[in-house]
Each structure stands twice: as C-alpha cells, then as structure tokens.
Design a binder for this molecule. Structure first.
Ligand code: FES
Length: 175
C-alpha cells in the first residue's frame, strides 16, 4: 500500500521524467526543423512572377515554375466561348471552365500531359481549338480539359494570383 506521500513522490518523479523526455525531444528536433527551413534559393523558386502586360489576345507563353513548364494563354473571346459552350458535354474529367480560371481571358495550366508527362503543343494545334499532345494523341480544349486521347485528367491548374493587372504570380510564397 502506498501512502499519500509516496504517491506524491512517485507522481513527481513521473512528471520530472516526462519533462526531461520532452526537453530531450525538443533538443533533438531543433536541428531537424532548422534543416527543413527553406533557403532563400528555394523561396525564390517557389513562385514565378510574370509580366503579362505584353501578351495580346490569342498569345501564349510558356514559363518555368518549380522546374515545370506552365502555359499562360491570353484567351480570345472565341476561345472563352468555345470552353464555356462545352461545359455541359460529357467529359472524362468533368470540370466547368469557370472552375479552372480566375479571369476568363487568362488560362494558366501546367504544360505536362497527364498521360505520361509530355509537353503539349501550343493552343490551336489540337481538336476543340486546344492543345495537342503529340506523344500519343491527346487533345485538350481551350480550358485545358482532356477531350480525346489516352490522358486521364485535365491539365492541372497551379496556384496563382494576380498581383495587379499586369503581373501574375504562379505558386505560393512560403512565409
Ligand atoms: S504523354 Fe501525352 S498523350 Fe501520352
């Protein structure tokens, strides 16, 4: 039988052991956490800032972001209409055009075919007025949605935001 004093002593010892354990873990964890802090280089690569003010309607550029190509297309009204008109069509990876863009005139998608990762050809090369991936014949429409061919998914939309009317920032800055 343990008396009240004995219990208190045992509780204290357990608490003390726990405290040492916690300090020990914190001490060991710090170098690991510190090594996970991104360097300035990595921070710089996390986002890509693009001046889109010189891109006229119908023009498209490919920019690198985190080592991957990204298409930025200044869509014409016809390209926008084409994408919206097909919103109700049966698709392999159904998405409405409005859920893939922030401003109708700007399409921003990763330029990597979701089949096996080839870079599709520019806008207008495929059926539906969109992008053709020549590797195995996938056609993406003017919203970057898979419409024909073996690719399983739409061209992914990366995180991006408009810093102002002429600047697009792709990716998320790591604070
Ligand atoms: S990699 Fe694009 S169709 Fe196969």
């Amino acid at each position: 039988m343990v008396n009240e004093q004995g219990e208190n002593r045992r509780d204290f010892l357990m608490l003390a052991t726990g405290a040492v354990g916690a300090v020990g873990v914190a001490g060991a964890a710090w170098p690991f956490i510190k090594s996970m802090s991104p360097s300035a280089d990595v921070l710089a690569q996390a986002t890509t800032e693009v001046d889109i003010s010189t891109l006229s309607e119908g023009q498209m550029i490919t920019v690198p972001w985190q080592g991957k190509p990204v298409f930025i297309l200044h869509r014409t009204q016809a390209q926008i209409d084409e994408a919206v008109k097909d919103d109700g069509q049966a698709m392999r990876d159904p998405e409405k055009d409005g859920d893939r863009i922030q401003k109708p005139e700007w399409l921003v998608v990763l330029a990597l075919c979701t089949h096996l990762g080839c870079v599709p050809q520019p806008i207008g090369t495929g059926e539906y007025g969109g992008f053709l991936c020549p590797c195995h014949g996938t056609h993406y429409d003017t919203s970057g949605r898979i419409r024909k061919g073996p690719a399983p998914k739409n061209l992914p939309v990366p995180h991006y935001e408009f810093k102002d009317d002429s600047t697009l920032v792709i990716g998320k800055a790591i604070a």
